[in-house]
Ligand binder design. Structure first.
Ligand code: 5GP
Ligand code: MG
Length: 198
């Protein structure tokens, strides 16, 4: 868990595609390191869930690649729900929970839910998602993020305690491996910091 987020030797195993290279300041986590961390996370999650069927709830679009890789290391009986929200600012309410889950809400009742997001920042997206699953009658709810920003980033009403974390990152804007800037860079195979533009 004590992965060094500031590793200046973090070079990608393969070069960053030239079309994406110009905007990248540095690579935080190269693809091979991400893959190793995901295998370790999957081992823990698999052990914790055991033979309980899982409802995996992934917050789109940032968790797209993380989820795709993680589930292939999770030999559990599972169903998948995709939350189609890119960010969620407000406090959770009953109607918000219903809206977030829509018609699929009933499928969460009595289920062991694992919520997955790309990155924990203010914590509000995860707080709202947890609340939606709780209102839908989930039996148990666990949370998992690939990346976690420093605790000072958390805002009132935000979730702070996450069950599974891939890497801690500094307070910078990260892209790649599903994470975007203006909807670009999601296809970068490594996790990187963007250059600051004036
Ligand atoms: P929170 O609700 O915790 O403030 O924000 C979580 C959401 O904000 C994430 O799902 C992600 O979409 C977005 N986000 C926060 N920080 C970053 C970042 O550094 N890079 C990218 N690409 N998205 C971020
Ligand atoms: Mg997101």
């Amino acid at each position: 868990m004590n992965d060094n987020a500031h590793d200046s030797n973090a070079v990608p195993d393969e070069p960053v595609p030239p079309s994406l290279q110009g905007d990248i300041e540095r690579i935080l986590f190269p693809r091979r390191r991400i893959a190793a961390r995901i295998r370790a996370l999957a081992g823990r999650i698999g052990g914790d869930f055991g033979d309980r069927p899982m409802m995996l709830a992934a917050i789109m679009t940032g968790s797209l690649i993380f989820v795709a890789d993680l589930i292939r290391h999770l030999p559990l009986r599972m169903r998948i729900h995709l939350f189609g929200l890119s960010s969620y600012a407000g406090a959770a309410t009953e109607s918000d929970g219903a809206r977030m889950l829509g018609q699929r809400g009933a499928e969460f009742a009595g289920k062991h839910v694992l919520i997955i997001d790309d990155i924990l920042d203010s914590g509000r997206t995860l707080a709202a998602t947890v609340e939606a699953c709780r209102l839908a009658g989930a039996e148990s709810i666990r949370t998992c993020v690939l990346l976690r920003k420093p605790p000072a980033r958390r805002k009132p009403g935000g979730l702070d305690q996450v069950d599974y974390v891939g890497f801690d990152v500094p307070d910078v804007w990260v892209v790649g491996y599903g994470l975007d800037y203006g909807d670009y860079y999601r296809n970068l195979p490594d996790i990187a910091v963007l250059k600051k533009k004036c």
